[in-house]
Design a protein around this ligand. Structure first.
Ligand code: HEM
Length: 481
């Protein structure tokens, strides 16, 4: 009994000491933040499991300022200087955290899920040229996207003629899927806008409810494996999902059929031959990265443009498109401003992007951070917190991007594609997809929100990206003379 008593007392003493240490002794003790977050990670985990991490961190920034301790070993930042130091400076040295293990495919890493700098550079070298701006502007790539934009408009206007309105969420995600598979595998790309078999793949990739399962996997990888095994003891014999089979097939048996200019064409012809599973892991990651980001970004943007308060914005955009019929897509400044404001206000990846402080520690925004502290910035907060840089941050105002004053600071805080060596490799492709689609739609149509639209377009967070809550966006397309 006495031994038990001593054990309990020792445990209590240790528990109280840990609390005391985290609150007052830890090197992070001086960083502002709520006591609960300084003492335990559980409160943050609770926010994550309930899909509130982004908003919780944003509220903390509003309360405590641009530097906040969000867990005993984790700090969130919301300044341009922090973005520069964490994500950009000289390769930064801040490597990705284990969170990115979640994004391995077929048990193999890819560029996105690679944690260390050396390994990442090696993977990036294999394919970076395929995503350069000059590359994606080449006629065979550009015209493939234009063609898919035209197919989308034809499909949506057919739906509108038949039913009065169209749920653009579906064709926009199909468009993103068809564009990225065109870039990865042409002529083996999907045609999901028109083909119902390919449409199933879009549905499989976009309509899932996996937030809790993914966080569970992150925090308890072993337990997750065990639970999966128990739930399905024949897991190894399980049929692969459609997207995985499609990618494996295109990277193995059919890879010779893909044209040279595609991503898989490049991987196939490299001298330092890329192992088949790594090539498949890379391509599946690009497919997944390309579908929801661009699809959701376009969906939010077209919904916003269709709202009554955006009538003038739509008119100005249309005027610019019609007045410059032969202009290169990047020479339309108002279009550029509309897309950028869409990505500011509705960033498809608005969440924090976690990185690890190098072993020797760093000083950031005046605070010393010991090695292995987790640090991050999130687009949602960078795009809204500083109201001198972004006045009326909750409103959709493309004109803010056309003003000369404050341009540098706005660009410094623009984080939709992250920044530095690990920023989005698909940025040029995504921007081109978005602009070509807007040109195709707003050059000939006016869009309005369908009166029967009752679905919620609230931003709903997934593991890293966000999407419209109900995944339904009913618009009417009205053809103009
Ligand atoms: C509007 C569309 C898009 C947005 C907003 C977006 C945003 C981002 C962001 C914020 C990151 C950094 C993530 C992190 O560090 O955790 C990222 C990385 C990445 N994105 Fe995108 N993305 C978009 C479209 C695409 C497309 C079309 C592709 C297709 C290839 C793509 C492929 C990737 C890849 C491979 C990475 C990892 C880069 C690396 O680690 O070096 N993204 N993206």
């Amino acid at each position: 009994m006495t031994a038990l008593y001593y054990l309990a007392a020792a445990a209590l003493f240790r528990f109280l000491y840990v609390i005391y240490y985290r609150l007052f002794v830890s090197k992070l003790a001086k960083i502002p933040g709520p006591a609960v977050s300084k003492v335990t990670r559980f409160w943050l985990i609770y926010q994550e499991f309930t899909g509130r991490r982004r908003l919780y961190i944003h509220d903390l920034h509003k309360q405590y300022g641009p530097v906040v301790r969000i867990a005993p070993d984790e700090v969130a930042f919301a300044t341009g200087e922090a973005v520069k130091q964490i994500y950009s400076v000289g390769g930064s040295g801040y490597e990705k955290t284990k969170f990115y293990d979640l994004f391995m495919n077929f048990g193999a890493r890819n560029m996105f899920s690679t944690l260390t700098k050396g390994e990442h550079s090696e993977r990036k070298r294999r394919i970076a040229d395929r995503y350069a701006k000059t590359y994606v502007m080449q006629p065979n790539i550009f015209s493939g996207i234009e063609e898919r934009a035209r197919t989308l408009v034809a499909k949506v206007s057919q739906d509108c003629a038949a039913h009065g309105s169209a749920n653009v969420y579906v064709p926009l995600h199909c468009y993103a899927l068809d564009c990225i598979t065109h870039h990865l595998f042409h002529p083996l790309g999907t045609h999901s806008i028109e083909d119902t078999e390919d449409l199933k793949m879009m549905r499989e990739l976009s309509y899932h409810d996996s937030l809790k399962a993914r966080y569970f996997q992150y925090y308890n990888p072993r337990l997750y494996k065990l639970v999966k095994k128990l739930a399905n003891p024949f897991a190894s014999a399980k049929k692969l999902d459609q997207a995985s089979s499609y990618v494996l097939e295109n990277c193995n048996n059919k890879s010779a059929l893909a044209e040279e200019h595609t991503v898989v064409g490049k991987l196939r012809t490299r001298k330092d031959s890329v192992p088949a599973l790594e090539a498949a892991s890379e391509c599946l990651d690009h497919l997944i990265a390309g579908i929801d980001t661009t699809g959701d970004g376009l969906c939010f943007l077209m919904w916003q443009l269709s709202r009554p308060e955006s009538v003038n914005i739509q008119d100005k955009l249309r005027e610019e498109i019609r007045d410059n019929p032969g202009a290169p897509i990047d020479d339309l400044p108002y279009m550029e401003a509309v897309v950028k404001e869409g990505l500011r206000r509705y960033s498809p990846i608005p969440m924090s992007l976690p990185r690890c402080v190098p072993d020797e520690g760093r000083v950031l925004e005046g605070y010393f951070l010991p090695g292995k502290t987790i640090v991050s910035c999130q687009a949602w907060t960078l795009h809204q917190l500083d109201t001198e840089v972004f006045p009326r941050p909750g409103e959709f105002i493309p004109e803010r991007w056309l003003e000369e004053g404050g341009k540098e600071e706005r660009n410094r805080l623009f984080f939709a594609f992250a920044s530095g060596g690990r920023g989005c490799i698909g940025k040029n492709l995504a921007l081109m997809e978005m602009k070509l689609l807007l040109k195709e739609v707003y050059g000939s149509y006016r869009t309005v929100i369908a009166p029967e639209m009752t679905s919620s377009m609230e931003i709903s967070d997934q593991i890293i990206a966000s999407r419209p809550k109900d995944q339904v966006c009913l618009l009417r397309f009205e053809e103009l003379a």
